[in-house]
Design a protein around this ligand. Structure first.
Ligand code: HEM
Length: 477
């Protein structure tokens, strides 16, 4: 500890003489407009808030590393996945989806599981959830879906009427609704849940061959869930429970980790599977596409400052690196636009320069210039256009996908099946889990005022599994 504290300054660095009372015209007189420190302090305070994320506003994050533990070079050329033992710095953020930054952690909601890999080929962002599937299969429905989950525009309350009315007209959400109302809809902590890329991605190897890939992050802490009554208690008594659990565990050196695994589908299989492999409401059965280990994700360092590193973190599903790319999944395609757009609004056009978002294993070399709050050297004396004659950066043609591998084929048209996998998930549950699922669904459906909406929703569950439908009928849901 220093003998003498450093001198307080204004934001311009000038020493401040008085910080307990404002300057007045004489003793007891009115405050003077010339008290710049007072005005700056009040004005700065008024501007502390920035727009919170439109979804996933509530979250906690941590730094760590990813280490390759198996050879996956036959499927991807991504540099950070080459060589057992290769380590890459990461930042991860976990979140709830529907409510505000100040809302309670222990609610039934999917959890975001976003990981930024600071690779030497630029940042790779895996912006996943703790669920292997999603509610909808096309980005065009996302704003409607989220509106039905968030606060009602009139009452400003979350509304079972809204949520279930949307579901009544959205049979493809049945699979995710069974998942969400099952035990895993209430994870015990961020540490005790799996993560999923959810979408299908396209990995490309050094020879240019493509593979469809689903990414799984399996918790080393084991899956643990909250009984509904405990979740209700924690939401009231300890609304920051998941946030505190992650921070405290890392703080005491009990560092959480996950094993990354992938399901790999040869490109040609996509046309022949019984389900659309690019439909985010579907899983790929393990029997057809088993899990292969890739590496381990370890989170071992808490952020030094929440706002700087967690609130200002910007994950973008369009941030790929060579060897990893998108598939024709229509949900993913919409996300490739939505995140950067949201972040240009939420953080500004230069948000990729912020320390938590800037590449660490390499530097960004672009012709992007100017914009609000451009606080680095703005490209200095380098050219701001190409082609140019001044040695500016050039694209690397060797990274282009070779001819013959550059098309992402849509598989053959299939009959849409929104229910088979939802029913299969129900039938995987033991009797206790089925009973808890039925109680959770009935409890929520019980708040719906429209009998027609309730019946339409139960109809979806009945189509998934007759027994599930009958049990909901029996409870008078
Ligand atoms: C078309 C569908 C979707 C759209 C349009 C969408 C849009 C958004 C937007 C605008 C944000 C806020 C970004 C920010 O301000 O930084 C966000 C956050 C997030 N979304 Fe999505 N989303 C979609 C589907 C999904 C899916 C399917 C997943 C997971 C599988 C997902 C996971 C996340 C996560 C984890 C975050 C929080 C990232 C963080 O921690 O900062 N979203 N989403």
């Amino acid at each position: 500890m220093r003998d003498r504290p450093e001198t307080l300054t204004t934001e311009a660095g000038a020493p401040v003489a008085q910080d307990d009372i404002s300057r007045t015209a004489g003793v007891g007189g009115p405050t003077l407009l010339e008290d710049h420190h007072l005005l700056e302090k009040l004005a700065r305070f008024n501007r502390e808030r920035i727009p919170e994320r439109v979804v996933h506003a509530r979250g906690a994050g941590a730094f760590g590393f990813f280490e390759v533990t198996a050879d996956v070079s036959r499927w991807t050329r991504a540099a950070f996945l080459q060589g057992v033992g290769t380590r890459t710095e990461v930042f991860a953020r976990f979140s709830t989806v529907a409510l505000e930054a100040g809302s309670a952690d222990c609610v039934r909601d999917p959890r975001g599981f976003a990981v930024k890999f600071y690779t030497r080929e630029g940042n790779y962002d895996l912006v996943g959830n703790n669920t292997p599937i999603f509610f909808i299969r096309d980005a065009i429905r996302f704003p409607d879906f989220i509106h039905s989950q968030k606060r009602d525009p009139v009452t400003h309350l979350q509304s079972a009427d809204n949520a279930w009315a949307f579901f009544a007209g959205t049979p493809e959400a049945t699979h995710q609704m069974v998942w969400l109302h099952g035990d895993r809809g209430l994870p015990r902590s961020y540490r005790h849940m799996d993560g999923f890329g959810t979408h299908t991605f396209r990995w490309t190897n050094a020879a240019g061959e493509g593979f469809w890939v689903k990414i799984h992050l399996k918790t080393a802490q084991g899956i643990a869930c909250l009984p509904p009554a405990e979740a209700v208690r924690l939401a009231g008594e300890a609304p920051d429970h998941h946030h505190a659990d992650l921070y405290d565990a890392i703080d005491r050196g009990d560092v959480p980790s996950w094993t990354m695994k992938v399901q790999v589908m040869p490109e040609a299989d996509a046309a022949g599977t019984a389900y659309d492999p690019f439909d985010a409401t579907k899983i790929w059965p393990y029997a057809d596409y088993p899990l292969h280990e890739v590496g381990r994700l370890v989170l071992d360092r808490n952020p030094a400052n929440y706002f700087a590193e967690v609130e200002q973190a910007a994950f973008n599903p369009a941030h790929f690196v060579p060897g990893i790319g998108p598939s024709p999944d229509r949900l993913l395609q919409g996300r490739l636009f939505a995140y950067g757009d949201a972040q240009r609004y939420r953080l500004g056009v230069n948000h990729t320069l912020l320390p938590v978002n800037a590449p660490r294993g390499t530097v960004a070399r672009t012709y992007a210039r100017d914009g609000a709050m451009r606080y680095d050297g703005n490209g200095g004396g380098g050219p701001n256009f190409r082609p140019n004659d001044r040695g500016g950066p050039e694209p690397d043609a060797s990274l282009a996908v070779p001819a013959g591998h550059d098309v992402s084929p849509r598989p053959a048209a299939r009959t849409v099946d929104d229910f088979s996998q939802a029913g299969a998930l129900y039938r995987l549950m033991d009797e206790g889990a089925r009973q808890r699922l039925v109680e959770a669904l009935a409890g929520s459906l019980g708040h719906v005022s429209s009998a027609a909406v309730r019946e339409a929703c139960i109809g979806h569950f009945r189509a998934a599994d007759a027994e599930l439908g009958a049990r909901l009928d029996a409870l008078g849901a």
